[in-house]
Design a protein around this ligand. Structure first.
Ligand code: ZN
Length: 316
């Protein structure tokens, strides 16, 4: 029987970040604007440590390398998923990510980046950029060159509880006033298309990657008009998405309706996105305050959740 593996988040300062990871999630933040909490990650740019239990203090990458049985002997050189909470006080740059083939060839063997967003909070009347309107590479290059951003970029209104799947090759940006839980491939490769001509504190502009973006944009992606979740909620569980890299569920637990979630997978990544509660598994009970993130290892048994909370769960 294996115990749950709780992880200590890694926090990243970002120009566009704020302080809500402290005020809303209780994380200990360094000074300045903090945009990203890497909550479940074995990526070298933010490799989470285990908090408590048999593996206390070890990095997630160590467990992946030395104790693959915890992950159902899943294959791959690197732990494949990365779970983040993003606090976008200001707009993120307009960007696009490559697929696995392109990243492997052009980014030192890195994984590509498929990602998805569960919207935790959004500003009244807020929106987000998902998709673009150019029909082909030439038209895209021309619109970028002429700065026709309003024409090029597809904006979608958002509210808390929306969900967006962002496949590689999809132009996108999270805009100011948005709090998002992101489930993605473990990759840090981003091609910046446009940064609103913003200057950094030292007066410089951030680098753009127009050539790589032109290589990477998928002109067949259909731009969405809404992030409304269409899938039904059954016994508290909503299947948000299934992709070749991950599947993501939302679990809604209320005091009247506890939820038991079967751990039938190689491993589960679990995040307490809202509220708080408890989980019982394999005869042990754990407290789950808001902002807790853990891995339920292979064969740990079914997870019995009680309390009043919203969980985001992902697996391969
Ligand atoms: Zn992105």
């Amino acid at each position: 029987m294996s115990e749950l593996i709780f992880l200590e988040p890694v926090l990243h300062e970002k120009l566009w970040g704020g302080r809500r990871l402290e005020t809303d999630y209780g994380y200990d933040l360094p000074d300045g604007p903090v945009g990203e909490c890497w909550a479940i990650s074995a990526h070298p740019n933010g490799d989470c440590r285990v908090r408590g239990g048999a593996w206390d203090g070890q990095h997630l990458s160590d467990l992946w390398r030395d104790h693959r049985e915890l992950f159902g002997n899943a294959e791959g050189e690197v732990f494949p998923l990365l779970i983040k909470i993003l606090d976008a006080q200001d707009d993120l740059s307009i960007q696009v990510h490559p697929n696995d083939e392109y990243a492997f060839e052009h980014e030192n063997g890195s994984l590509g980046k498929r990602e998805c967003w569960y919207v935790l909070d959004a500003r009244e009347g807020g929106d987000i950029v998902v998709g673009q309107r150019a029909k082909n590479r030439d038209e895209f290059a021309q619109m970028v060159d002429e700065g026709r951003w309003d024409e090029l970029l597809n904006r979608v209104p958002i509210q808390a509880g929306d969900f967006f799947q962002i496949d590689p090759g999809t132009v996108h940006a999270i805009l100011g006033g948005t709090l998002v839980l992101e489930t993605q491939q473990s990759s840090d490769v981003t091609y910046r298309v446009y940064d609103f001509d913003r200057r950094q504190p030292d007066g410089s502009l951030r680098e753009l990657h127009i050539a790589q973006s032109l290589d990477t944009v998928d002109f067949d992606v259909k731009a969405p008009t809404s992030g409304k979740i269409e899938a039904p909620e059954v016994d508290g569980v909503t299947h948000l998405v299934e992709t070749p890299n991950y599947a993501v569920d939302r679990i809604r637990v209320t005091t009247d309706a506890p939820v038991t979630y079967a751990q039938d997978w190689s491993f589960l990544c679990v995040s307490v996105a809202e509220g708080a509660g408890k989980v019982s598994v394999g005869g042990a009970e754990y407290d789950l305050p808001k902002g807790t993130h853990f891995i339920a290892p292979s064969g740990c048994g079914d997870l019995a959740f009680t309390g009043d909370m919203l969980l985001i769960v992902s697996h391969l």
